[in-house]
Ligand binder design. Structure first.
Ligand code: CO
Length: 131
C-alpha cells in the first residue's frame, strides 16, 4: 500500500534494563532516551539513525513482556514498521484477513499512535505499526 514504509524500532525483551543497557553504552557509545512506561514494561529507547532499538523490561509480573520472558526468554519481542497512514494499514489488514490485536490506533511509547498485528498473521513475528 505504501512505498515509504520504514523500520521504526525493534523491541527486545530483557529481564533487566540497566544490565542490558551496558552493551549499548559501553560498546556502541549510545545514550538511551529517558525511560518510559507502556504495557506493563519499562522502555529504554536507543537511537539508530532513523530507527530505534527499544529495550523492554517487565514492570508487572503479568504484563506482556513478563509473559514473553517466561515463555521464550530474552530476545526480539516485536518489530515496528512506520507507515504513512495507520488507519489505512489497519483497514488493509482487515481486508486481507490479517488478524489484529489492536483494532484501532492507541497511544504507545513516545506518544506515537500504534497498533499491533497478531503474530499468527505475520510469520510468527509480533508486528507493531506506527505512523
Ligand atoms: Co514497540
Amino acid at each position: 500500500m505504501s512505498n515509504s514504509a520504514r523500520i521504526a524500532h525493534v523491541g527486545i525483551a530483557v529481564p533487566d534494563l540497566e544490565s542490558a543497557l551496558g552493551f549499548y553504552r559501553n560498546v556502541l557509545g549510545l545514550t538511551p532516551l529517558p525511560t518510559e512506561e507502556a504495557d506493563g514494561a519499562a522502555i529504554a529507547s536507543l537511537p539508530f539513525g532513523d530507527a530505534q532499538v527499544e529495550l523492554l523490561a517487565p514492570r508487572t509480573p503479568d504484563g506482556p513482556i513478563a509473559r514473553f520472558l517466561a515463555r521464550r526468554g530474552p530476545g526480539i519481542h516485536h518489530i515496528c514498521y512506520r507507515v504513512d497512514d495507520l488507519e489505512a494499514a489497519l483497514d488493509a489488514c482487515r481486508k486481507h484477513g490479517y488478524r489484529l490485536i489492536d483494532e484501532a490506533p492507541r497511544p504507545g511509547a513516545g506518544g506515537h499512535r500504534i497498533a499491533f498485528v497478531h503474530p499468527k498473521a505475520t510469520s510468527g513475528i509480533l508486528l507493531e505499526l506506527t505512523e
